[in-house]
Design a protein around this ligand. Sequence first.
Ligand code: GLC
Length: 635
Amino acid sequence: MICVDWEAEFISRLEKHYDELKWLYCELYHNDEQAFDYFCTVLHRYYQERKPVLKKLDRSRSQDPHWYKKNDMLGMQMYVNAFARNLAGVRDHLDYIRDCGVNYIHLMPLLESPAGRSDGGYAVSDFNKVEPELGTMQDLAHLADDCHDQGICLCLDFVMNHTSEDHEWAKRAKAGEKEYQDRYFFFDSWDIPNEYEKTVPQVFPTTAPGNFSWCDSVGKVVMTTFYPYQWDLNYANPIVFNDMTANMLHLYNQGIDIIRLDAVPYIWKTLGTNCRNLPQVHTLVRLMHMAADIVCPGTLLLGEVVMEPSKVVPYFGTIDKPECHMLYNVTTMATTWHTVATRDVRLLKHQLGAVFSLPREYIFLNYLRCHDDIGWGLDYPFLSQFGADEVAHKRYLNDYLTGRWFESDMRGELYNDDPRLGDARLCGTTASLCGIEAAEFEENAWKAERAITLDIMLHAFLFTQSGIPVIYSGDEIGQLNDYGYHEDPLKWDDSRYIHRGNFHWDEAELRHDPSTRQGKIFTALRKLEEIRRAHEVFDNNADTWVVETYNNSILGIGRYYAGEKLIALFNFSESPQTAWINDEPDCLNLWNGEHWDAHNVGLPAYGFVWLYKKYLQVDEGAVSKPAAKRKKKTA
Ligand code: GLC
């Protein structure tokens, strides 16, 4: 057995980062060396407290820094209570998660949060305590152990922009303790808040207008970018950063592998700016990255940056100075639904072209929908060349995807519909947004089949992209919208609950019955995942490009890696279409095992193909490259 000198390990990791760590910290916090020294003692404490089994995992992952970058990862996102009532229930259902082929689960916030003022758990009142009805910290650690035993990684939200107004710090601030008021943004009058309002946009314009709230007990105004009960933390105060880093490390020490940095672009505020993505945010994320790298290098940071691509990509940092390990591919997600609604792939091609040109080191989380709404952050300047006007276009997308448009079977609901801005966003489960709900309601088997075909095609598109595909729990069996929230006074003003319903275990029982919607979708997703895992062409390191199909309804994606080539075609139209391509002859359609020429390929409504070609190995390490063919790639 190798005996590891833990202290030496810690010191060598600290030394590796020390200069940069101190430089950035002292620059941000005005040379407050005392605060910096305390920060270092925090790192040491959490290193010492880290369980040997987790330290071992850190070491083995450090040997293979690509452990999360392969084509064998499949994620699933879920609320603990909706999936299995509590953490013990999730442990009991790990077999189901494995049956789904999932090896990464993202549990939505589960720390203590006051009922009715929790924003789905995003208002934490105690970072060291699990919400009692979900279990305890020990249950969380047990779940993490079981996950690791079964080869599953665990991701958890770290709600760092704000605390609940019931958090200990907030309570002490309310009681008048200046030291704790300084952990938030308090103002004696509305003068400065009003100045902020001139430049800061609103996150929830209808459900929680404004960025500030009056705090009666103190007689002051407090900054609340999200809901009034979510008090923004002041990261210009080093005590806040030190203590929040400790909270993050505490979660990692429970065995959490991936921390999702919730609402991270918002964590630094400066008057006169939009208080989003300020340079100090990047300094803080870099510091957190280094902190984790010193204490627990087998862990990852996932940034929640729901912004346009130019704002997202900087959160990867640089190769030398990385920030987040993974980010959401949010624009591709929104553009996918735009494409469903318009049956026109031109914007999606443009978006994918931009993603494909990014360094392969960048890992995106790809998804069709999550627990939040779908916001229409599309590339409007690009769309304007086809005559699309932003407000009118958003209205069309919302009309189509909520079923208000003539003959639309899609069943979403609007979110934060602010008539002044015409800026409503959209909610709904993937199945309901694909038309399955309406078809089943009408008992129209033909329509249901077509909607299921669309649902499967969208997942195939998801699985074709580099990065990690993440399914929202329930989507694997085509779960429909849950309208129950309309009856719940604690939820009825937040339509995001329409797609956060309880998991239907009775429906999951049908997943192996091919005559059911559940069986069709589940089996298809399993098959897609298995094909993806079995073929290196889906590796993150693959060369990827947009294939010109000369048909605005068919998206074409090419992939090439280590002698394997894939031409993937997706028909976003509800009528049969032809991809006018002239590519490889005699490919294997991985989806149905048939041999097809990649030449003028006809696709049924919402159909897709995965045309695969393996080149003969000529000699060791070299492959006969399809040089002439690959010139065809277009962006
Ligand atoms: C993130 C979460 C969202 C929440 C918000 C405030 O954007 O995804 O659900 O409302 O943060 O914490």
